[in-house]
Write a protein that binds this ligand. Sequence first.
Ligand SMILES: NC(=O)c1ccc[n+]([C@@H]2O[C@H](COP(=O)([O-])OP(=O)(O)OC[C@H]3O[C@@H](n4cnc5c(N)ncnc54)[C@H](O)[C@@H]3O)[C@@H](O)[C@H]2O)c1
Length: 254
Amino acid sequence: MRLFDLKGRTAFVTGAGSGIGQAIAIGLAEAGADVACFDLPNSSGMAATVEGIQSHGRRALVVEGSVTSPDQLVEAVAKTERALGNLEIAVNCAGIANAQAAEELELGRWQQMLDVNLTGVMLSCQAQAGVMLPRGRGSIINIASMSGLIVNRGLLQAHYNTSKAGVIHLTKSLAMEWAHRGLRVNSISPGYTATPMNTRPEVADQVKIFEDTTPMGRMAEVSEMVGPAIFLSSQAASFCTGVDLIVDGGFVCW
Ligand SMILES: NC(=O)c1ccc[n+]([C@@H]2O[C@H](COP(=O)([O-])OP(=O)(O)OC[C@H]3O[C@@H](n4cnc5c(N)ncnc54)[C@H](O)[C@@H]3O)[C@@H](O)[C@H]2O)c1
């Protein structure tokens, strides 16, 4: 399908060493893109991401750093363009999650969540748009969460929920600033997805509840985030901007 073809395009994926970011990085390569994979240094899953991209005959570039560092992001984007060509697709998946009752939540923990999940997305978009805007061409996709739309019953994560609500509105705001300058900016809000984030101790007992409270009766596989990311990256979504694409097995309907 030419509409969904990403052949010859260069993509940049944050959080590419694990979970949703890893699946999307490999999926974009399957659709034809060369992919720069950004994650914290020495990410244990990065070798598998690179292998997955190369197995589709595409080029992979590992760029290490933190999404909390504007300099590291700008340098990683520059390195990507030198190695792989003009950046046209960016998918910002890097994120963290943890839980603590709101009345006990330490300022540092609140701040770290917002630094990575919200400011990190803003800084990533700034670095990516910095090269896309002058050329008037690009698609940026931010991975938000259904937790930016609803409050997960039983999960004490006001800081996480707040960060994700921020990502959804940041995405719409950037989409409006850049709509007439050739950039599309959209978000994907996954529901419960089977990734390492959902094997952290706080949520281990909750998996059964996650499955029961999702209308489709199960968590998403990471591979189920790939199609939405290819769609929003591609010509198929040429008139979509400022959209939050909810991929949650029906969760927010209940
Ligand atoms: N798993 C779910 O159920 C679910 C649901 C909704 C949204 N999400 C969101 O999807 C995204 C990916 O989550 P996941 O489940 O794949 O998690 P994951 O923990 O498997 O992957 C997150 C990746 O982000 C990287 N990362 C963390 N902090 C970073 C930083 N400062 N700089 C660079 N990279 C950093 C990690 O090293 C890791 O590779 C997150 O934004 C998460 O909030 C996940």
